[in-house]
Design a protein around this ligand. Structure first.
Ligand code: ADP
Length: 243
């Protein structure tokens, strides 16, 4: 719990910093982007100038993406929970990834519970969590590998030694796995092993925050060389005091 508290504090302060920086960066960025597009539209440009402008526009677009990630991360938007069919949410999220999986040659499949009790969650934020886990799984998995999304009802022990009923959703990949020395940093904001422009290191920390605000938890199980399972557990009954 001490670790968690520390993480929460760290997230809160990084969040404030991020929001400030992101706002400051956004305005000049819009100027750069607007003018590079404006000049690119001119007919009388030498090829090398057009190429240069395109490089400027692409790089700016990338910075914009990172800034947007920062804003999403820092916003800590209020939850809009509603009774949600989690299986349907999973299927529609997986559908968004099918093309990318196909292109990469990774099999993407679902093994969902026949029926799940309706959960009261913010569907769009939860979709963001599943999306993040799926993107990470796809990034970690080479052609010929498999990503499986499962759902099931599952109770977890609560603080008073009782059982709390809930639902677990796992994203299982047959990818590279996560080395031991990275495990402690996984959920830290900005921790990434991806190349510049590929990852912001915000996916898991944002996801952690969203799941925590639903009263849930994220578990990781991994073995280098054989794959990783991320499991999101959500309680059936939300504890409103936690928000
Ligand atoms: P990002 O994806 O932008 O790097 P995340 O917070 O989502 O940020 O992930 C942080 C890091 O955790 C990744 O860079 C990667 O090293 C590791 N990681 C996350 N998911 C997986 C996975 N399924 N398999 C292997 N490594 C993973």
């Amino acid at each position: 719990t001490e670790d968690k508290l520390f993480l929460a504090q760290k997230q809160a302060s990084v969040g404030r910093l991020a929001a400030g920086v992101a706002h400051e960066i956004n305005n000049p960025l819009t100027g750069v982007l607007t003018f590079s597009h404006l000049f690119m539209d001119r007919q009388d440009l030498p090829d090398d100038v057009r190429e240069g402008l395109k490089t400027i526009a692409d790089a700016t677009e990338r910075v914009r993406k990172i800034v947007k990630g920062l804003l999403d991360f820092s916003r800590q938007t209020a939850l809009h929970p509603e009774p949600t069919d989690l299986n349907r949410l999973i299927l529609s999220t997986v559908a968004l990834m099918e093309n990318q999986a196909l292109i990469k040659g990774v099999e993407l499949k679902c093994l969902l519970a026949e029926s799940l009790p309706p959960l009261v969650v913010d569907p769009e934020q939860m979709r963001g969590v599943f999306m993040n886990l799926l993107i990470n799984a796809l990034d970690a998995t080479a052609a010929g590998g498999t990503i499986t999304v499962t759902s099931r009802t599952e109770s977890r022990p609560d603080q008073d030694g009782g059982e709390r009923p809930g639902v677990s959703v796992s994203v299982v990949d047959t990818g590279c796995g996560i080395p031991e020395e990275h495990m402690g940093k996984l959920f830290d904001p900005f921790f990434t092993t991806k190349q510049v422009g590929q990852g912001t290191g915000l996916g898991l920390s944002v996801s952690y925050g969203i799941v925590a605000r639903h009263g849930g938890r994220i578990f990781v199980n991994t073995a280098v060389g054989s794959g990783t399972t991320f499991t999101v557990w959500l309680p059936l009954q939300r504890d409103d005091a936690r928000e």
